[in-house]
Design a protein around this ligand. Structure first.
Ligand code: ASP
Length: 439
């Protein structure tokens, strides 16, 4: 059995956290490939090493004083090295980093050093081989990740290495320069490594015990989701859940490798297992509820709209020309409504309206702002009678007016539009009817 383990910044923020990670890795021999993030926050007021690196680089490259920030970064690593009693000296590494900063080598390089140095510390601590991600993770000259080239090289390289530490978050471009993924991108590195070695499991260790059924800012102590499919997760993450980087799904999904979200501070908790498909009965009818405020709707009405070939395309082109992405598009026989992000839309609102008039000559256009969209997602909803009925009677009892309903034909998600002001009450009502009453 081969397991890839990725540890997030808070799991590696101090020597104490490193020791927990060491215990976790040593307790299971299959945990052979380790992907560390940079040290994160030790408490709410602390700073992430990645943020310090960005600050330090910006100061150094602008010719401002940067030494204080650099010292802070050095101290973070020294505290870990001393706390673990390691015989490791990073002076030479820091000297190179400083020279490169002053020479304005690039922000991606700067940010990547957090993972690079933490990888060295981790490899020394575990006695595993250190592999610089720049040698095995490839980007093109525009910073796009090269998945197939990387997979080939990485598979070959790791074939003969029994146990290794590969820092997350970065790789290199053809000219040798360092490139990073977007923030939180160590999750993606873990997934890439899991695919390359045909892992049985990709464990992603963080500081929460998995995905929650709903946002804890809205629902008090929501239940943890035990098993979720990639598809369900996409539906939910798209509305704002944020435990795992969204792009981390794709490499492992291609190979059918499950991802297990675990809590470094509570390794006894079950966590959330993310799978391609499963026969496991979901605990509740629904898997999760996610939502977002801040949408507006553009309602367009025209008699005989349904008979006019190309009507929708022409309307959508108006949005496209203004660079506005579309969230949802429910329609009636002579009406269509386009849901868009309010912040994206307001700047272009008048151009969109005049564009639609010019393109399709509607009878009437109406705008409504301050709307929220809520996604109720679950494979358990498929073929189960009365799910929609339960949702809408719960909303009626909570005195929430439903402005829009959209159910995908896969029957695994129902999107509901409500006023921003009803958002919390709506989520609470749906949570109660499916989770609290099914507990
Ligand atoms: N250290 C990087 C960040 O703070 C990447 C990561 O932690 O995954 O975004």
């Amino acid at each position: 059995m081969k397991t890839v383990v990725k540890f997030g910044g808070s799991s590696l923020a101090s020597a104490r956290q490193f020791k927990k990670v060491g215990d976790i890795i040593r307790s299971d021999k299959s945990r052979r490939y380790v992907i560390p993030s940079a040290p994160g926050k030790r408490n709410d007021k602390d700073e992430k090493v990645t943020d310090l690196l960005y600050q330090c680089y910006d100061a150094a490259s602008e010719g401002k004083s940067y030494k204080k920030i650099l010292d802070k970064i050095k101290e973070r690593y020294q505290e870990i090295i001393d706390g673990l009693d390691l015989n490791l000296n990073l002076d030479h590494e820091f000297q190179t980093i400083e020279e490169n900063f002053v020479a304005k080598i690039g922000r991606d390089y700067a940010a990547s050093r957090g993972e690079y140095l933490n990888g060295m510390v981790m490899a020394a601590y575990l006695g595993y081989t250190f592999i610089d991600a720049a040698d095995v993770i490839y980007f093109d000259e525009n910073g796009n990740f090269l998945s197939e080239e990387t997979d080939r090289e990485l598979s070959e390289k790791l074939e003969n290495i029994e146990r290794a530490v590969i820092p997350g978050f970065y790789g290199s471009a053809p000219d040798g320069s360092i490139r990073t993924f977007s923030r939180g991108g160590s999750d993606i590195t873990g997934s890439i490594v899991a695919r390359a070695i045909h892992a049985d499991l990709y464990e992603n260790w963080t500081d929460v015990s998995g995905f929650l059924v709903s946002d804890p800012h809205v629902i008090k102590n929501p239940q943890v989701i035990e098993t979720i499919t990639y598809k369900e997760l996409r539906e939910l993450s798209y509305m704002g859940a944020s435990v795992l980087h969204e792009d981390a799904i794709f490499p492992v999904r291609k190979e059918g490798i499950p991802i297990h979200i675990r809590n470094t501070n509570k390794p006894e908790d079950k966590g959330t297992l993310i799978v391609e498909n499963t026969c496991r009965r979901p605990k509740y009818t629904i898997t999760g509820i996610a939502g977002k405020k801040g949408f507006c709707s553009v309602y367009i009405e025209k008699a005989m709209m349904n008979a006019e070939v190309g009507f929708c395309r022409k309307v959508l082109e108006v949005f496209e020309n203004q660079g506005i992405s579309i969230e949802h598009m429910p329609s009636g026989i002579d009406t269509m409504t386009v849901f868009v992000h309010q912040t994206e839309f307001v700047e272009h609102e008048q151009s969109v309206i005049s564009g639609i008039h010019r393109a399709v000559h509607p009878d009437f256009i109406d705008l409504e702002s301050d709307l929220a969209l809520i996604a109720v997602v679950g494979r358990g909803m498929r073929g189960s009678r009365g799910t929609a009925g339960r949702i809408f009677s719960a909303l009626a009892h909570a005195r929430v007016n439903v402005k829009m309903i959209d159910q995908g034909s896969s029957e695994t998600n129902i999107i509901i539009g409500v006023k921003n002001a009803d958002f919390e009450a709506a989520i609470q009502a749906i949570y109660d009817i499916f989770i609290t009453t099914e507990l």
